[in-house]
Design a protein around this ligand. Structure first.
Ligand code: FEO
Length: 408
């Protein structure tokens, strides 16, 4: 694509040299993007010059144009590699060819992964850093904070101690392309980005809650003036405590809010009708802000984000191939893979012959996931909900409504 530089300063000596890709349909070839994604990279110009990360291959040309412009003829002394996922590291090989003197700053695992991903000779140019080690650039000073498994093993935050800027790798990131307003307090962050920050975190980092809490503990006592994530706006002002609070919930698998997510699968509308009836009963009983999703229509990453947000979950599925309807199977397996836990659950299974969705869901929720509380035995529907089953559905709605209100 034709491109030009697009350097934006975040402080007089620190420039954004990243880019946005709004053409990408699926992040990681998995997650639908409504409005693209940013790949952030930062250049600190001091007595020494240091680049924090490179970018995805899709914005390579803009990145190099911006980097050349920002360097304005100076050399590049350091590349700090926060982690080796290719959306930030696609250009390490080319960077080393263009600036042969650049030294790579990372940890032992970083260098192993660079060798795995890139056909470039990095011997003699690796600075292996340890927890708490510092690197002075002149006025600016970088302190390295290891954040293993947030969400790759070699993840490393960089804290710039003079201007109090946390370079947080993927942490605190979000989907969504840059708008020109680089800072969260120049946009309606909560309105424009928070839902996507939740979807980003829960689906990409969600499995590693304990490791996220451990990394956040290392930040105790620091008061960053800005948090620079590799995706999304620079956090400044209100967005910092907002995101720290959200991360404390998400990483501990604590719901943000009492409420019910109803995720249903339905081939011909019969299971859907049961889900709608249950939703109406819940609303009648005073449950507000119900979130209802057809798993065939709504991408599982959206539903997973809502499951992290709310306290209660209803799963309803027909039996399919003596197991589960495929999109429901994907949703529940991924919830388990992401370590979703500590939720109150209700299950409805449908089957016209050899029904098993109800017991399959129960097994997956109780055996593959931790601390999930079934509020009632799974409800079995045979093809269609019969009037004589309405009291059972009503009782289920009552239990759900009472449980939601109990903790409010
Ligand atoms: Fe945005 Fe872990 O890469």
């Amino acid at each position: 694509r034709p491109t030009m530089e697009n350097v934006q300063n975040i402080t007089p000596q620190i420039a954004w040299v990243g880019g946005s890709d709004r053409r990408l349909a699926l992040f990681e070839n998995l997650f639908p993007l409504e409005n693209g994604v940013t790949y952030n990279a930062w250049l600190i110009k001091d007595e020494k010059t240091a680049l924090i990360d490179t970018v995805d291959a899709s914005v390579t040309h803009q990145f190099f144009a911006s980097l050349e412009t920002a360097l304005d003829g100076r050399g590049l002394d350091y590349l700090v590699v926060s982690h080796m996922e290719p959306d930030h590291c696609a250009n390490i090989g080319e960077l080393c060819r263009r600036w042969p003197q650049v030294q790579l700053v990372g940890n032992k695992m970083t260098f192993q992964l660079i060798r795995q991903f890139h056909d470039v000779d990095i011997e003699g140019r690796c600075i292996e850093v340890q927890e708490g080690q510092e690197l002075s650039l002149g006025r600016h000073n970088l302190r390295f904070v290891m954040a293993p498994m947030v969400h790759w093993p070699e993840v490393m935050f960089t804290y710039e101690t003079t201007e109090n800027i946390l370079f947080a790798a993927d942490a605190f990131g979000t989907f969504g392309g840059a708008s020109g307003n680089l800072f969260s307090d120049e946009v309606d962050y909560a309105g424009l980005y928070l839902d996507e920050a939740r979807r980003y975190y829960t689906n990409i980092v969600g499995k590693f809650g304990p490791q996220v809490l451990a990394a956040m503990k290392k930040l105790d006592g620091l008061s960053p003036a800005m948090i620079c994530s590799l995706h999304g706006p620079v956090l400044r002002g209100e967005a910092i405590p907002l995101l720290l609070d959200k991360y404390a919930h998400w990483a501990a698998y604590k719901p943000e809010k009492q409420g019910v997510v109803l995720a249903y699968a339905s081939m011909y509308g019969n299971t859907e009708a049961v889900a709608h009836k249950l939703a109406a009963l819940l609303a009648e009983k005073g449950v507000e802000d119900l979130r209802m999703y057809d798993v065939s229509k709504t991408h599982y990453s959206e539903i997973i984000a809502q499951v992290f947000k709310y306290s209660h979950l209803v799963l309803a599925s027909p039996t399919y191939n003596l197991h589960l309807y495929c999109p429901m199977d994907t949703l529940v397996r991924d919830l388990a893979a992401l370590n979703v836990q500590n939720r109150d659950v209700a299950i409805i299974g449908n089957g016209s012959w050899a029904p098993s969705a109800h017991t399959t869901l129960q097994k997956m929720v109780e055996e593959d996931m931790k601390d999930m509380r079934l509020l009632a035995p799974p409800m079995l529907v045979r093809s269609t909900l019969k009037p004589e089953q309405l009291p059972e559905l009503e009782a289920l709605a009552e239990k759900l409504a009472a449980s939601v209100k109990e903790k409010q």
